[in-house]
Design a protein around this ligand. Structure first.
Ligand code: NAD
Ligand code: GDD
Length: 331
């Protein structure tokens, strides 16, 4: 059997980096593409191209001669970033997504997986901490997260139309908040697990950290290893409609902070700031359809997954503080 070639877009980023390494282990010939090289560790991808996928021409280059496309490249971040950058996010992701799916079809890709988000779900269903878990069919009538969520929902529909009208095989995966080693942990795009880990890593025992909101808002968090396995399984499946990929372990942000503090072995004083971005009040994944389709669902509990995540971030933070002050100032 000839070796399949897989393209991973966004392979310089968090999930794409892990996915490229996983696909190499699965025996694929892997081409990674991103606008930047991976920041924290080398990639195992056989080829790595630095390309700006907002360009139609670059999408044609990236998709030439590949069988499977795992399309993860996006302008994205945690709630602080996505609420303050709606114009650039919508502009960049629209260009990336339209050009990628068009080039993928024209170049004859056999399968195209789009990384969508739980941000497509209506805000009116996410107003309470004890939220009802979100089912795939809940996405309409639509009221997604402004900018980022709306653009993801539009691209989901484009995948559906390409599949229905032109027989182009697509897969659509709605990730719920993903965390783990090699994820962005500073700079403004970081999500809550990484931000809280970084803050706790930076204080002494008994120190104070700032938490956005009153700490009672809820989320479910998925470890990146579950995310990668789920992506792979969904790509191999015959299911071409949107699927949730997340855990259904609902926790408050304060509970997340307590878990990280326990893993860090530190007592932490919480200072809540309700003037900071908070997003929806509660969000959880209903995994019924995922279980039906795959007979599988993410299984790493948050307390377990936080251990390697916190350790990696604490090492990164310690490494930064050990660099000479002159070098840090120059960066
Ligand atoms: P990430 O920011 O670490 O990775 C995205 C990558 O896309 C980055 O490396 C970035 O450089 C690259 N990129 C941005 N613009 C580009 C361009 N013009 N050309 C080429 N590459 C470009 O984010 P991630 O967490 O790895 O997310 C991967 C995908 O999963 C994204 O589509 C994101 O929207 C989606 N998603 C992630 C989460 C999560 O919790 N991490 C949740 C829902 C959806
Ligand atoms: N980022 C961040 N940083 N969030 C914090 C912090 C902090 O220091 N402290 C508390 N929070 C709270 C936020 O106010 C929010 O209520 C909650 O933690 C979760 O924030 P994020 O992890 O930033 O994002 P999100 O869950 O609202 O949305 C994320 O997940 C979606 C998929 O489920 C984003 O990354 C989206 O881009 C993604 O699509």
């Amino acid at each position: 059997m000839t070796q399949k070639t897989a393209l991973v877009t966004g392979a310089g980023g968090f999930i794409g980096h892990h996915l490229a390494d996983y696909l190499v282990k699965k025996g694929r010939h892997v081409r990674g593409v991103d606008i930047k090289h991976p920041e924290y560790a080398p990639t195992a991808a056989h080829e790595f191209e630095v390309l700006d996928l907002r360009s139609e021409k670059n999408c044609e280059i990236a998709t030439a001669g590949v069988d499977e496309i795992y399309h993860l490249a996006a302008d994205m971040g945690g709630i602080g970033y996505i609420t303050s950058s709606r114009a650039p996010i919508t502009l960049h992701n629209t260009l990336i997504n339209v050009n990628m799916i068009k080039a993928a079809r024209e170049n004859g890709a056999k399968r195209f997986l789009f990384s969508s988000s739980a941000c497509v779900y209506p805000q009116y269903l996410q107003t309470k901490p004890d939220v009802t878990p979100l089912r795939e069919d809940d996405a309409f009538p639509a009221d997604p997260e402004e900018g980022y969520g709306l653009e993801k929902l539009y691209m989901e529909k484009m995948c559906q139309y390409f599949s229905e009208d032109w027989g182009f095989p697509t897969r659509v995966v709605r990730f719920h908040n993903v965390y783990g080693p090699l994820g962005t942990y500073d700079g403004g795009r970081e999500k809550a697990p990484a931000a809280i880990s970084r803050k706790i890593a930076g204080i002494p025992d008994g120190g104070t950290i700032e938490i956005w909101g009153d700490g009672q808002q809820t989320r479910s968090f998925m470890h990146v290893e579950d995310c990668i396995e789920g992506i792979y399984r969904i790509m191999q499946s015959d299911y071409d409609k949107p699927l949730n990929l997340g855990t259904d372990e609902l926790v408050t942000i304060d509970q997340l902070v307590d878990m990280v503090a326990e893993v860090a072995g530190k007592r932490v004083v919480k200072r809540h700031d309700v003037s900071r971005p908070q997003g929806v009040r509660g969000r959880n994944s209903d995994n019924s359809r995922l279980r039906e389709v795959l007979g599988w669902e993410p299984r790493i509990m948050l307390r377990e997954g936080i251990v390697p995540t916190y350790r990696w971030i604490a090492e990164m933070v310690a490494g930064e503080s050990k660099r000479p002050a002159t070098q840090q100032a120059a960066e």
